[in-house]
Design a protein around this ligand. Sequence first.
Ligand code: SAM
Length: 281
Amino acid sequence: MNNTGAPGRVKEITALSNPTIKAIRGLDRKRNREAEKSFLAEGQKLVIDALDLGWQVKTLIYAKNARDHSGLADLAAKVIARGGDVLEVSEKVLGAITRRDNPQMVVGVFGTRWADARKLKHAPDSVFVVLDRVRDPGNLGTILRTADAVGASGIILVGDCVDPFSIEAVRATMGSLFAVPIARMTEDEFLAFRREWPGQLVGTHLEGSVDYRTIAWPQTGPLLLLMGNESQGLPDTLAESCDALARIPQTGRADSLNLAVATGLMLFEARRHALSFKDNA
Ligand code: SAM
């Protein structure tokens, strides 16, 4: 995988045994993604959007039978001009890379990016989503997409979380991964970070005493919205560090909401003042 910034090139590959293809296929493992500092994202539009947002494509891979797709030649030329490689492969190879029977025709290899939480920019009404040990890639991807949709300023992963660069998480973000900064820290680092935080830390808890609709969100300063692990919720150490513990009232049999759904409800309430049809008219 070329990440030298030198001019890129186009290569045709049909063999699954090709070492470049083997290395790219290996990116389905977290260990390899960490070693290579690389991950896969599928879909031509998503790759174009990522480029527009300033990400560099290390390797662009497309199926030979998609060669004439509108915009693909331009995309390939742009990737090469920026020092990336372009691989034209068989559909079988693409299916093996994405581990799908009906793969997307275009896949990009990108470099992973982690934000430094202490350097994340915030305004008085900024919202950051803090996820305690999130385990499900679909939940994490959906939360990233929702955070993007409401104009949240970033995501902070606390403790042992699922990798946001896994193909399942990236898929669920629908491209929002490229728009929302992601930081990570241990629980102790988060508690120290929280002590310096100029705004509120609002946690969500099934035993929370505050109805989430009653919080005067925009007046609380930059907000850290803390969500608990899918099966265990928030540990006491984190719950006790919150300024308020909010609860979404429920009726019916379910004893809790899905984490991504609960995060969506909280985010849309916290950002209610900032959202209108004007933004996407
Ligand atoms: N068994 C876990 C527990 O006892 O907390 C359930 C966790 S729930 C599936 C995952 C996370 O979603 C919770 O930690 C909380 O952050 C959020 N959540 C789900 N339903 C909620 C509700 N009704 N009110 C507030 N937060 C909720």
